[in-house]
Ligand binder design. Structure first.
Ligand SMILES: [Zn+2]
Ligand SMILES: [Zn+2]
Length: 393
C-alpha cells in the first residue's frame, strides 16, 4: 500500500488579522473557533499545518490590477477610502493591516494549491481563503483579494491544463467566475441562493461563459428557503456530471457555510449534516475526476459560534481522511471556551440532528417544484455545452 502524504492546512494566527472591526459579520473569531475545535477533536495531529506568508505584489497582480493593489495599501496605511474600488464601504471597511491580512490569505491558498500540484500532498485546506467576491479591480462582499483566482492562475502557470472550481457558498462566486469568464481551461461552478433574493444578484443559469469558453461557467441559483433535500438533490444533479465531463487536473472547492439555516445573511435552510455530506462528496469527486488533487477553501459563514466551527472542522476532518462522526459530542474544553469568551452556550453535538437524504434526478422531477425548475434550467443551459445529455447522465 502506498502511503499518501499528510494533508496540508494553511494556518497562521496572523490570519486572524483579517478583521473589518466590531459589528462586522465576518468576525475572525469564526476562524479561531474552527482551529480550536479541530485541535480539540485531535484533527491537527494528522495534518501538516503550514504558516502562510504575505503574498508579494507580483503574485497578487497575476489577477488584480496594480492600481487596485496600490489602492488597498493606501487605504490600509493612510486611511484613504476609494469607494469606486470598494474600499471603505459598509461591506468592506478599511482596517489597519488590510493589505497584509488579505495577501496572506492569498499566499495560503496559492501554496496549498502548488503543493497539491507538485504531488507533495493530495489535499490542502485554507479556511481563511475562499474570498470569492473580490474582483480584479475592486473589493466586494467582504473580500479584498481573490485567493481562489490567484491560486487557479498559478496552477495553470505551473502546467495544469484544466482546473475546476466548485463553490457551494450561499452567495454566487462572482469574482472567480469573472476572472475566468472567457478561459476554457477553467470550469467555474457555483451553487447559491438566487440573485433575486441575495447579494451579489448575479449567477443566473444563462451565464455560461464567454465566447471563447462557452460551457466553462455553470450556475445553479436556488430559491430562498431551499433546505437539505433540495440543496443535496441540486448539487447531485449538476456537479458530478459537469466535473466528469470537464475532467479537471485539479479540483478547487469553496465551502462557504452561510447556506446554514441559522446563518444571519442568507435565506437557505441547510444543516451542518448536509454541509458535511457535500464536503465528503466533493472530496470523493476529487479522487474520481482529478487524481485526488483537492484544494478546499472556506468562504462565507456568519453563525460564528453555532455553525462555522463545526462545518469547517468536518471539512478538515474529511481532508485528513478522519471523518468526524456526526453523533460525536463537541469537546467540553471548546464549549468552555465559548462560554468564557462569548458568555453563551455553544453547540453540544457535531450534528444538527438531521439525517440528510435526497431523491436523485434520475428518479424523476416535479415541474411544479421550484428547486426542480432551477435544476432543470441549469442542466438545460450548461449540459449541452459540455456534451452532456440533459435528460440522462
Ligand atoms: Zn482523499
Ligand atoms: Zn457567502
Amino acid at each position: 500500500m502506498v502511503m499518501t502524504p499528510r494533508p496540508r492546512v494553511e494556518w497562521a494566527p496572523e490570519m486572524l488579522r483579517y478583521d473589518f472591526g466590531t459589528g462586522h459579520p465576518m468576525s475572525p473569531a469564526r476562524l479561531a473557533l474552527t482551529i480550536d475545535l479541530a485541535g480539540e477533536l485531535g484533527l491537527l495531529e494528522h495534518v501538516d499545518v503550514v504558516a502562510a506568508q504575505v503574498a508579494p505584489d507580483e503574485l497578487l497582480t497575476t489577477v488584480h490590477e496594480a492600481a487596485y493593489v496600490a489602492a488597498v495599501r493606501r487605504a490600509a496605511d493612510e486611511g484613504v477610502r476609494d469607494e469606486a474600488r470598494g474600499l471603505g464601504t459598509r461591506d468592506d471597511p478599511i482596517f489597519p493591516g488590510m493589505h497584509e491580512a488579505s495577501a496572506r490569505a492569498v499566499q495560503g491558498t496559492h501554496d496549498g494549491a502548488l503543493a497539491v500540484w507538485r504531488g507533495e500532498t493530495d489535499h490542502a485546506v485554507n479556511i481563511a481563503g475562499g474570498l470569492h467576491h473580490a474582483m480584479p479591480g475592486a473589493a466586494s462582499g467582504f473580500c479584498v483579494y481573490n485567493d481562489a483566482a490567484v491560486a487557479i492562475r498559478a496552477l495553470l502557470d505551473a502546467g495544469a491544463e484544466r482546473v475546476a472550481y466548485v463553490d457551494v457558498d450561499a452567495h454566487h462566486g462572482d469574482g472567480v467566475q469573472a476572472v475566468f469568464w472567457d478561459d476554457p481551461r477553467v470550469l467555474t461552478v457555483s451553487v447559491h441562493e438566487s440573485g433575486r433574493t441575495l447579494f451579489p444578484g448575479s449567477g443566473h443559469a444563462y451565464e455560461t461563459g464567454g465566447q471563447h469558453a462557452e460551457g466553462s461557467v455553470v450556475n445553479l441559483p436556488l430559491p430562498a428557503g431551499t433546505s437539505d433535500a433540495g440543496w443535496l438533490r441540486a448539487i447531485d444533479a449538476v456537479v458530478p456530471p459537469v466535473l466528469h465531463a470537464f475532467g479537471p487536473d485539479v479540483l478547487v472547492t469553496q465551502h462557504g457555510c452561510d447556506t446554514h439555516r441559522m446563518d444571519p445573511l442568507s435565506n437557505l435552510r441547510v444543516t451542518v449534516d448536509a454541509q458535511r455530506l457535500v464536503a465528503q462528496r466533493l472530496h470523493d469527486l476529487a479522487h474520481e475526476v482529478a487524481h485526488g488533487r483537492w484544494v478546499a477553501l472556506g468562504g462565507g459563514g456568519y453563525a460564528v459560534v453555532d455553525v462555522v466551527p463545526r462545518a469547517w472542522a468536518h471539512l478538515l476532518a474529511v481532508a485528513a481522511h478522519r471523518p468526524v462522526d456526526p453523533d460525536q459530542v463537541v469537546p467540553q474544553a471548546w464549549r468552555d471556551r465559548v462560554a468564557r469568551d462569548f458568555g453563551r452556550e455553544g453547540p453540544v453535538s457535531m450534528s444538527d440532528g438531521a439525517v440528510p437524504a435526497f431523491r436523485t434526478w434520475e428518479s424523476g422531477f416535479d415541474p411544479a417544484d421550484e428547486v426542480d425548475r432551477a435544476i432543470r434550467a441549469t442542466r438545460a443551459e450548461a449540459f449541452p455545452l459540455l456534451g452532456l445529455d440533459v435528460h440522462h447522465e
